[in-house]
Unconditional design. Structure first.
Lengths: 551, 211
């Protein structure tokens, strides 16, 4: 245990961060289930309003601060060094400290439930002056503020370590434009983290000072708007922080399972950079209804994001066109990501228009919108990544039938849970309400949504069963079960302590694919053929079937 | 100058945005289904074909930029927005004060105050098709004055006064027709009000009795 918690090996650290974040996902998800059960019909059934407010606050806080941000960084810590042919992380102890801060912050945030006045109950955004010591007193709230500072600092340290690794430790021959798409997306993400996260850390420190009686935001009536500016300067880039790395993963999965290079690699890299640059200038679209920001400017910048996002989508589709497509589970989750995130993206363009936002802002329409980006985007992307890289991390395959069942349940669940919310929001159901009036006739839609949420829960349960089963009984595979294109597949599964015995020449962003295209066998050339013990009767499951028997 | 019709403003944009969004979604869905069926293959052969095409990518980016430009143009043209052709008569002034967890509506011209309490859900009385000039403030935290029927909300802040105009077009008593949209603590979900839209004559009669 101590060995795991103190390891500076990027694979252990990355896995530890990812698994811890996934545990927080399970906790945050059960909070959501509790809320959905309460909201199924009007009237307070089994929760008090205070508990409900704690639940949605902790659900949002968990999913952002303790799940989505750490998980995209954790996956990056594991796979970025492998993809760039590095043996280690740069500044690994700093990244490890980042993990401790995040994990301890998570424990601290949840210990708010043990205090007399309970956990934080003002939403994950902690708008001022609702978050001041008068409106929301209690030591549990202080815990929350400190926990956000800790978790966010942790993420910042891990992102700095990733950035340093990418800049300093790339393998010989790996120029910037020869880095795989996932590494590129993590690099761009690291930049957004480094730009946005310090602002939140400082804002939270100022908030805590204000709670202790120092007049910061309370010094003037405009302080409440200032707080929103500072918060969203972090808060909008962060939604792309938890999305970009998954764009990278999904792009690589679609390329691998279409047996071709990602179409328009360079323009996609350019679009990621442009996207992240513009994303630093869109925060005000959260504040249209305040009438205290330049609504036209923020509407313009937010709508323009459809150009780089559209370019990425074009890449997804153009890669499939003319490919040889295999529909293994990672590919299914990748397609689920593309479709569900699209709903979030298209409705995102709507809420970027102030005349529409004046109505749907702070309603369930927005709740539905961002759950399609965060559940459809981040969670589906994460499941794609897990199903894709599980054999690399463990040397075993996940069970394909259970994986497909997981996909089906999550996909149907995502539609059933969140589509009704669009209608509820348009009809005026506001977010963060513990209850609603019976006269609105919202019970049917809310019931569908609640059933959808439990369908998602069932899907996650099937996934956990698959995970437990496959860790012990999963079919053993060798270095490269999917005929991957990037360097993480050029080593054993799981990789040894120093990652690589030998590296192939790096002449593009898909070094293994280059060799295969020339009719060469990357594994044989790297001396890894003897590890490729995986054989299967189903050619769809695996690329390397049949011809080569372990030597 | 005619006052802004918040509902028309919403639907002018909405009626263009949602068909485009639906069309794009169906296009992508159709493309994925088509490509999935067409190119599904068990072959291990590496397909030939280019993996970059600058003219195609540039053309596509320009197409996207045109869509973005069109949407921004449409949005901007509705800000401040479409005007209400039906609105006539002298504007009515209403001061909105929000405090956890209730509303107060003051009519300075009438000297009338509608104060919500735990027992009494406040009623916002307005004449139909008349410009209502709102001034809003809060006594504690941020609240948001939201009338879903009119497709509009505006935040109200402690220590600040914000103002906005609305026109109400549906006569009748809209029970629960107004809500607080900004989370404001314990009883946020109960912070509703009723919207009673009266005919102009009715409103005048009520105003005479009220003042």
């Amino acid at each position: 245990m101590t060995a795991i918690l103190s390891s500076t090996d990027h694979k252990r650290l990355g896995l530890l961060t990812t698994v811890t974040a996934f545990c927080f996902f399970l906790i945050g998800g059960s909070l959501a289930l509790t809320m959905r059960a309460e909201l199924q019909k009007p009237g307070m059934q089994f929760l008090t309003e205070h508990t409900y407010n704690e639940l949605f606050t902790m659900h949002g806080s968990t999913m952002f601060y303790l799940f989505a941000v750490p998980v995209v960084l954790g996956v990056g810590l594991y796979f970025v060094p492998l993809q760039i042919g590095a043996a280690r992380l740069l500044w690994p102890r700093m990244a490890l400290l980042g993990y401790w801060l995040f994990a301890a912050g998570g424990v601290l945030m949840y210990s708010g439930f043990l205090t007399q006045q309970g956990a934080a109950s003002f939403g994950w955004t902690a708008y001022f002056p609702l978050s001041d010591a008068n409106a929301t007193p209690g030591v549990g709230v202080d815990f929350w503020v400190l926990a956000v500072i800790m978790a966010t600092t942790g993420g910042l340290l891990q992102a700095v370590s990733l950035l340093g690794t990418i800049v300093r430790l790339r393998a010989p021959g790996m120029t910037m434009l020869r880095m795989p798409l996932f590494t590129w997306s993590e690099l761009v993400t690291a930049f957004m983290v480094i730009t946005g996260f310090p602002v939140l850390i400082v804002t939270m420190a100022l908030l805590q000072m204000d709670r202790e009686g120092v007049g910061i935001f309370s010094a003037s009536p405009e302080g409440s708007v200032t707080y929103q500016h500072l918060f969203w300067f972090y808060g909008h880039p962060v939604v792309y922080v938890v999305f970009f790395p998954l764009v990278g993963v999904v792009g690589e999965i679609i390329a691998t399972f279409s047996r071709r290079r990602f179409f328009g690699f360079r323009v996609t890299v350019l679009s990621l950079i442009a996207f992240s640059a513009i994303s630093m200038a869109v925060w005000g679209h959260h504040m249209f209804a305040t009438d205290q920001v330049s609504n036209r400017y923020f509407s313009l910048t937010s709508t323009i994001l459809l150009v780089p996002a559209g370019i990425e989508y074009f890449g997804f589709l153009a890669t499939m066109a003319g490919g040889r497509i295999r529909f293994a589970s990672p590919m299914l989750f990748a397609i689920g990501f593309v479709l569900l995130f699209l709903i979030g993206g298209l409705t995102g363009i709507m809420v970027a228009s102030p005349p529409l936002d004046y109505h749907v802002h702070d309603t369930y329409f927005v709740v539905a919108h961002f759950h399609y980006t965060l559940f459809g985007g981040t969670v589906f992307g994460l499941f794609a990544a897990i199903h894709y890289w599980f054999p690399k991390v463990t040397g075993r395959l996940l069970d394909e039938r259970l994986a497909k069942a997981t996909f089906g349940l999550l996909f149907v669940g995502a539609l059933a849970t969140f589509i009704p919310m669009f209608i509820l929001g348009s009809e005026g159901m506001t977010r963060r309400v513990a209850d609603y009036l019976p006269l609105h006739n919202w019970t049917t839609l809310n019931t569908i949504s609640t059933i959808g949420a439990f369908t998602i829960a069932l899907g996650v349960l099937v996934f956990l069963v698959n995970l437990m089963r496959s860790l012990r009984l999963g079919e053993r595979v060798g270095p490269d079960p999917w005929e991957g294109q990037t360097l993480e597949w050029a080593t054993t599964s799981p990789p040894p302590r120093h990652n690589f015995a030998a590296l192939p020449p790096v002449r593009s962003h898909t070094p293994l694919f280059d060799l295969r295209e020339e009719g060469r066998d990357p594994l044989r050339e790297l001396g890894l053929r003897r590890f490729q013990s995986f054989r299967s009767s189903d050619p769809q499951k695996s690329g390397n079937v049949g011809e080569e028997v372990p030597a | 100058m005619k006052p802004i019709d918040t509902r028309d403003q919403f639907f002018d944009v909405w009626n263009v945005y949602w068909p485009i969004a639906l069309a794009v979604f169906l296009l992508v869905l159709g493309a994925i289904v088509f490509l999935g069926l067409r190119y599904r293959s068990h072959s291990r052969e590496i397909p030939t074909g280019r993996d970059e095409s600058t003219p195609l990518e540039v053309g596509y980016a320009i197409g996207l930029a045109c869509i973005a430009a069109f949407l921004v143009f449409l949005t901007f043209s509705r800000m401040p927005g479409s005007e209400d052709a039906n609105a006539t008569g002298k504007p009515v002034e209403v001061r909105v004060t929000a405090a956890r967890w209730n509303w107060r509506f003051e009519y300075p011209a009438l000297g009338y105050v509608e104060q919500g309490t735990r027992q009494h859900i406040p009623v916002l009385r307005v004449p139909v098709d008349t410009e209502i000039e709102f001034t809003g403030s809060s006594l504690d935290v941020i609240h948001s004055f939201f009338v879903p029927e009119e497709r509009f909300k505006r935040d109200v802040f402690p220590g600040q006064h914000t103002s906005w105009e609305m026109v109400f077009e549906d006569p009748g008593n809209h029970v629960g027709g107004g809500e607080c949209a900004e989370f404001c603590g314990l009883e946020h979900s109960n912070m509703n009000f009723d919207v009673l839209v009266m005919s102009k004559a009715e409103f005048t009669r009520w105003a005479q009795g009220a003042s």
